[in-house]
Structure formats: structure tokens, C-alpha cells
Design a binder for this molecule. Sequence first.
Ligand code: TH1
Length: 829
Amino acid sequence: GFGERKAKAERMFSLMDGFLKNDPFSLQKDIIHHVEYTVARSRFSFDDYEAYQAVSHSVRDRLIERWHDTHIYFKKKKSKRLYFLSLEFLMGRSLSNSVINLGIQDQYTEALSQLGFEFEVLAEQEGDASLGNGGLARFSACQMDSLATLDYPAWGYGLRYEYGLFRQIIVDGFQHEQPDYWLNYGNPWEIERIHVTYEVKFYGTVEDVDRNGEKLKVWIPGETVEAVAYDNPIPGYGTRNTINLRLWAAKPNNQFDLEAYNTGDYINSIVNKQRTETISNVLYPDDRSHQGKEMRLKQQYFFVSASLQDIIRRFKEAHNNFDELPEQVALHLNDTHPSLSIAEIMRILVDEEHLGWDKAWNIVCKIFSFTTHTVVAEGLEKIPVDLLGSLLPRHLQILYEINSNFMEELKKRIGLDYSRLSRMSIVEEGAVKSIRMANLSIVCSHTVNGVSKLHSNTLKTKTFKDFYELWPEKFQYTTNGVTQRRWIVVSNPSLCALLSKWLGTEAWIRNADLLTGLRDHVDNTGFRQEWKMVKRLNKMRLAEYIETMSGLKVSLDAMFDVQVKRIHEYKRQLLNIFGIIHRYDCLKNMDKNDRRKVVPRVCIIGGKAAPGYEIAKKIIKLCHAVAEKINNDADIGDLLKLVFIPDYNVSVAELVIPGADLSQHLSTAGQEASGTGSMKFLMNGCLLLATEDGSTVEIIEEIGSENLFLFGAKAHEVSELREKGGTLKVPLQFARVLRMVRDGHFGDKDYFESLCDTVEVGNDLYLLGSDFGSYLEAQAAADKAFVEPEKWIKMSILSAAGSGRFSSDRTIREYAERTWKIDPCQCPF
Ligand code: TH1
């Protein structure tokens, strides 16, 4: 009985000798314990990596205690839960983040120094968990941190890719991709749950069955794969709450098919089984573009099916009526990637739970919310009907039925406007008949979120105009954010200390709005001096990194000018490179006297190109070619340097962002849905040079346009400029730079030709030519501000002071209150 089990549990707990203790002495004991028994190294001989492993295991133990308590508490409280479904999470490293959020960083630092180790050195042993591409994936990670910190009863669900985002290596200036087999040395941050498994089915046929007069559809699948859960504890800051990120891995299931067994084809049947493991094998490296690939669809369904089985099982443990589902469960679709969830939950409720279509549909429409991160209609996910029908035949039927019901309802509302009906249909007719995942998500979600104000307006007036007119109340926007725990506390400890000192409190770590308090000190010269020192220190760290990586020595007096993000034409790294060529050209044509007035610059560019994205790869090569020329020109010296930082990822970002004086965000206005990099730079007191796009528009509202360098066409001007295309006047400087590249100033004339073509008059989709003049003016304004250090520092302070709104805590609170309708649920200490 219950009493007996409780007594047993209590006895076991007393055997544990209470919870783990966090004083430096106890920590040392635990670390040494793990060296001996987990890492299995002899006590007195272990290297930094082994020490990192042992330390991580001791941290993991502490996470597990809180993670257990949190889940027991959530269960007891029966509060409504949020399930955050995302195919991508860019978690980066976990060690520093965990000890900081657990509030035991000082104790660990001391414990380790008594053992003869430096905490930071061990933390750097860790490899990144790169289970995502770019902004969307890092945003998911930031949101998990905020969900935990704000005590929301939330779970994240994702895929445990064995190969994360490829490693970028540069050979001869060209990008090469190498596999990121990140689990090679084990992963102390996950908990394998061999008993939490579900069968996921694919292929097969659907049969009509008559069961006691009731007509049923029965799916007879052709392939079964097993999903195994791997749990990743996510600790909140300043709370005991530690939530779960559950990632699924595919395992072949253990039942042999009898036929193979009987015919004696033992080896082949094992080889065939191994194929199923490949489902969670590798992350697709395409950012913002999609191809109708079968394996990608398999991944999506594998993820959706395992997650929903898990969610429904948990729901059924505590409730026996599906009418309660909307009060107990919120499902969030992070972009359309998990949107097969809609068909899957309908299948479960209709085919397995026998609720009947209408009842099921009413429930389903109340539980989904959807965030779209994209702008362009061409970027929206579409799945060819043939592909879907073969992989998931029953789901295709369900999608057709959802669509035909929707079309009927729509006809009643708008009449027989066939062109509008066909635009809004979930099924796209055409050369390749396909399912429009965004339309599906909009139809079934109670809320459709944009990621910035500007993006949301684009959704309402362009991308999803028809839907907005039908359901204006569904459309919301929730501006993105980033977590100050990772982007200040973990990555910039000196700034962290400075902020706490001058704000007189550490409370900003949980409440970023308090950063506005910095405005009170902006005229204090002592404060400004310290601010300057912090920046200098971070520039030093970055300069050291650049030197070890590339051998290049850079001057700390130069302006560190950074553009790091995925390489994309719309992000216009090419505009940056053209600006650098122009600067170089000017320097070459200047006399000694004029040169003395020039602000020295270290231009830093970093980012990965999708492996199949030719133009993006050429941009990387051009960057190297230009760097080669400039950096080896003795005549230029420290006045201009260009560095490409290879393999940009979360941990590199943690080093680069604090060390930047200026950062560039150059997307053609209207193209960047939000942009979250800019928020991280802003928090770190870095000035922005940017177009009025996505999140920048809102940053301006917070810090004032006088504290950043804006340029370029505004979003509402872009379509007109594009139409004028060939007739636009391009500045002479632009034509000159383009000519230099075409003429082979930077070698590889033929190779760069097609790249140059993309920005030629009449062809210049992203408007590099028409924005170039204004870009150079903004750059000149930045130079001018930099030679007045006191002015620059004030702008820097005011940037950080206005960054509070861009904390993901604010984002999550808005989602929780407005969209998910969930309440905090704080586990007692
Ligand atoms: C990005 C957006 O481009 C960026 O503007 C935004 O800040 C970020 O999401 C977070 O909202 C996107 N990343 C992806 C990745 C894939 C598909 C679409 C997008 S949009 C794979």
C-alpha cells in the first residue's frame, strides 16, 4: 500500500544522508569520488579533461536532486503544463551555466583551486551541444533558461541528434564541413531513460474496418522504430526549480521480423534494423530553407509521435477525461517543424481514444499555439503529398479532412472567392501537390505569434494577410529575447561584477529591467573608467583568441568591429566586405597626414554557410581573399585588419560578443524576422550599426536613435526599390569596389564572378548597391564617435541600460500570461 511505499522511501532517503552539501570541502570529496568511480582514473593522476568530467558529474548529481523534486512538485500541484516542441536547441556548454544557476560557483572555484585546478580552464574542456542551426535554436535554449528561472511548469521536447551542426573548417579560404560527433566522449549532462520508450510507426496502409457497426480507419504500419528518452535537466537561477528538456533518440526495436528469422537471413535483418537508427542521426544544416526530404519528414514525425505519446500518457495518469486537456496542457509549435503534431493528436483522439471527430477537433483547437520565425512565403515548409502519403498514410487522410472542413467553413464566411480559397487551403495544388505546414498551423492554433513588431506586421499585411482578415484576434507578437544569465553572467563575468556593484544589487540577474538604473551613473567618471576597463579586458581575451587561432596580432586600441551570424545573402555580409574593401582603397590613396586621423579597425566576421549554399560559400572565400591582401599589406599595418573566425558557435559567441566595440546587423529591411544577436551585443555594451529591421526597430525605441548607427532603406521602401531595380543609381564607390573584385584584385576572378553578378544593377535583390552610400555614412559616424572615448562609453552604457526589455524573461512572461495561460509553480527549497 501507499503507507508502506512511503516508509520505504523515507528509509531510503535517510540512507542518502540528506541532500548533497555544497561547501568547498564536500564538493572536493564528491569530485574525487567521481574521479575514482565514474571517470575511473587513479586518484592522483588525472588531466584537465578528466577533471572536467568528474566536476560535471558532481554538478549533475546536484541537478538531479532538484530535477526530481521539481517534477514531484509539478505532479502534486497538477498545474497546467507547457510543452515546448522544437526540432532545434543550441544549448552550447553546460558546466558554467549550471553552477551559476545553482548558485554554487564560488564554492566550486574554491574547491577546485584547493585541488590545484582552475574552474575556467576546466569549463573550456567542454564541447558545445550544437543541436540547431542559428537564431531559432539559440532562442529555444534561452527560453528554456527563462522558463526554469521563472518557475513555469514547462517541458521542452527535441531530438537527440548524434551529429550536431557540422564543424566548419577553413582550407585555403574555403569552408569545409566536418561531422560533429559530439557524443564521442560521453555526455554527463543527460540522463538516459532506457525505460521511457515508445514505438513510432511509419509506412503501411489504412484499412476500413467495421467494428460493431462503427466504421473505423485502421492504420497498419510497415515499420516500427523505438524512441528512447534522454533527459537534460535545465536549472533555473535563484530557484530550486530544474525543468526537463527531453530529447529522443531512435533505437531499432527488438522484435525481429519473423520472416527474416525463418529464412535464416540473420545478418541482413540486423543490417536493416540499423538503418532505423539513422533517424535521429544528423541535424539538417539548412537555416531558413527547406527541401522536401524523406529523412527530414521522418525525423519530424518521429519527434512528434514520441513526444505526444509521452504527453498523453502523463495526462492520463492524472486525468480521465479529455475535455480537461485544454486546461491541463499547452502545446507550443516552434515554427512549423513540429506541426505534424496536429494530425498526430487528431489521430490519437479519433482512432485510438474514439472521441469522434468533432469532439476531438474542438479540443485540439484549444491547445496549440504557434510561433513563426520566417518572413518570406517561399521559406515556408511544404510537404509533398506523395511523400507524406507513403510515410504516413493515415495522417494524410486526416490532413485532407481538416482541410475540407476548413474549406467548407471558409466558403460560408467568405463565399466562393476561389483564388482566396486556394491561397488559404492547407493543400496546395500545382505541379507538386503539397501540404502547407504554416496554413495548417494557423488553422489549428489559437494564437499565431510573430517574433517582433515589424515581423508581425509583415505577417498580417503580407505573408498571412488572408488569415489575418479572417481571424484578426489570433495574431499576436511577442518580441524575442535572450537570457542575461548566459549572455552576461556566464560569458562576461567582469561586466557582471561591475553591474552588481553599481546597481547595488544582483537582482538584475532575475529582473533585467533594473539595468535602466545604469542611466543614473552615466555621468560618473569613475563608473565610466571601470566600464572602459571591463571592455578592454574582454578585448584582450578576444585578441588572445584571435592570435592563437590565426597567428594575427591585433591592436587593442583599434575598434573591434564584429559581424557574426549565419552567412546569408539577406544578412549582407557582402555589404560589410565591400565596405572593408572601400576602406582599404581609401587608406591606400591617403597621404601620411590623413592616415593619422583614421580610426584603426579590427574587422571580425564569422558564421557558417549551409553546405549546399554556393553564394554563401563564395562570400566566405571572398572574406578570406580580402583578409589575405589587407593583413599582408605592410603599408596598412594596424590601421585595418580583417579576421574570419572559423566555426562560430555558442561558445565562440560567448568570447566574441563581450569583446566587441561595434557590431553589425545589416539585413535588408523587412528580411530579418527578429534577430537576437543584436540583443546579446547590446547587453554587453556594444554599439550597433544596423538597418531598421526586426528587433532593431524596438531597440531604437529603448535606447534612442542617437545611441546607435542606423542606415539603409526602411522596410516599407524596399518593395518599391526592388521594383525600380535596374533604374536605381548606385554610388560610384560601390561600382569601384565591385570592379576591383571583378578585376581580380583579390585573386580568383572567375570564382567570384557569379557572386558579383548577384549585386549587379537590376539583379540586386538585397539592395546592396542602393544602401551602400548610407552604409558608408553610418560607418563614418561610428568612426567619428569612437575618437571621442567619453561619448562612446556613454553610448555603450546607455545601450546596456536599455537592454532589459530584450531579456527572454520578458518574452517568456508574455507568452505564459497571454498565450499559454500557465502560472508559476515554485518548488519549495
Ligand atoms: C530565425 C530568424 O531568421 C531570426 O530573425 C530570428 O531572430 C530567429 O529565428 C529567432 O526567432 C530563424 N531561424 C530559422 C531556422 C530554420 C527555419 C526557419 C528559421 S527563421 C531551420
